[in-house]
Design a protein around this ligand. Structure first.
Ligand SMILES: C[S@@+](CC[C@H](N)C(=O)[O-])C[C@H]1O[C@@H](n2cnc3c(N)ncnc32)[C@H](O)[C@@H]1O
Length: 404
């Protein structure tokens, strides 16, 4: 078959005998032979390109020997040149924002989006990974859309110390292992049981054992404390790039009130607090207790920044806004993959901030929430995309929403 455009999820779309086929391991415009891998729905099936008859110019040899049809499912675009991967990601963001977000394709912010490269190259960027472990205690990653584990002796997108810490040994009795390497080189491994519950954590510093539980990260010109394997941008250059993009869109002025929702260890709130100054106020909201404790430590020298532990949902937000007394000037939100949702977006739009800066790891969720903010009068006023996950189909976006 001849392969059509790229779609959200790491595959391209093709048509065969009236049916839609989601094809992995292919590129738009290629002629390929496919093997059907899943055929459960009347409208579409899934397939892997197993033979390439006419290759696209962006096709390259896969640098990882474990990737390819039927093999490790960790990466989607190992067969694509890095610049081509970024073009695919930009096409996906465009398609999601127009189809789900209701934005016109001719909007220059959407039409001209280029996904930006981060420093460091396409391999050895993953500083945090969850590896699965089989019954024999061997670590690896799962096949695409499967529970089958592919044993690995290396994962070339994972930084060397993290790959070595997990893949050079057996993990008898474990179901998975989380590993994270911090900016100082200390390696935290957390062993999880078969239900995903943490069993034990080990921290090994660059020069010997480091204090348990905390990792050091640097971004936005300073150091940050993070819980060992707790949330922090996975790509070592991402936190810095995103914090700069957020600060550029937020353009916080002295005395302004900033809300940082889904704040993690306080990266964005902490980066914006100096601009708000002593007369300003930065309120970070985060559900996870350990992340809140790390954020509080990160704000030690920033009395204008505070941490509220709680759920971001429509009810909680309404209460928080009432308690704040004054509406926020700027809202930064960085929700998990599912997005903030229409209810939260509506409450935020009703609060009337001057700027909403939305950091998104899923363009579909971003698009749906952009549509919800549009109902409250907010329009897309800025958009950047970052290749924070090379070799995979994932892309990080930062969007500015404002009232015209
Ligand atoms: C994508 S991370 C962003 C963290 C931070 N902005 C950063 O860049 O390091 C999302 C964060 O939201 C938190 N979270 C998820 N759902 C939440 C909710 N409903 N309310 C509050 N926090 C939530 C998670 O614990 C996680 O720390």
């Amino acid at each position: 078959m001849t392969v059509g455009p790229v779609a959200h999820g790491g595959h391209c779309v093709a048509r065969h005998e009236g049916r839609v086929v989601f094809v992995r391991h292919a590129l738009p415009g290629e002629r390929v032979t496919v093997r059907v891998t899943e055929d459960r729905q009347p409208g579409f099936c899934r397939a892997d390109a197993v033979e390439v008859l006419d290759a696209a110019p962006d096709r390259v040899e896969r640098p990882c020997p474990h990737s390819g049809p039927g093999r490790c499912g960790g990466c989607d675009w190992q067969h694509v040149a890095p610049a081509g991967q970024r073009r695919l990601k930009a096409a996906v963001v465009r398609e999601q924002l127009t189809r789900l977000g209701g934005l016109p394709g001719e909007d220059p912010l959407v039409r001209d989006l280029a996904v930006e490269e981060l420093p460091g190259g396409p391999l050895r960027w993953r500083t945090r990974t969850r590896f699965a472990v089989d019954r024999a205690g061997v670590a690896g990653l799962r096949r695409h859309r499967s529970h089958d584990l592919v044993p690995l002796d290396d994962c070339p997108i994972t930084v060397e110390p993290a790959a070595r810490a997990v893949l050079d040994r057996r993990w008898p009795g474990a179901g998975a292992v989380d590993v994270a390497v911090d900016s100082a080189g200390s390696v935290t491994t957390t062993r999880l049981d078969r239900r995903g519950r943490p069993q034990s954590t080990r921290v090994v510093g660059a020069d010997g054992p480091a204090p348990a539980g905390r990792a050091a990260r640097s971004a936005a010109g300073r150091d940050w404390e993070v819980e060992g394997t707790g949330f922090w941008q996975v790509h070592p250059a991402a936190a810095d790039a995103l914090a700069a993009a957020v600060a550029g869109f937020a353009a916080v002025a002295p005395g302004e009130t900033v809300l940082d929702l889904y704040a993690g260890a306080g990266l964005f709130g902490g980066a914006l607090a100096p601009a708000a100054g002593p007369a300003g106020r930065v309120v970070c909201v985060e559900a996870d207790e350990a992340a809140c404790a790390a954020a509080a430590a990160n704000f030690a020298a920033l009395p204008q920044a505070e941490v509220w532990q709680g759920q971001v949902d429509a009810e909680g937000l309404t209460g928080l806004l009432a308690e704040l007394g004054t509406g926020p000037d700027v809202v930064v939100l960085d929700p998990p993959r599912a997005g903030a949702g229409a209810a939260v977006s509506r409450v935020l739009a009703a609060a009337g901030p001057r700027a909403v800066v939305y950091v998104a790891c899923d363009p579909a969720s971003l698009a749906r929430d952009v549509a919800a903010f549009a109902e409250g009068g907010y329009r897309l006023a800025g958009l950047r995309g970052f290749d924070a996950f090379p070799m995979t189909a994932h892309v990080e976006c930062v969007a500015l929403l404002a009232r015209p």
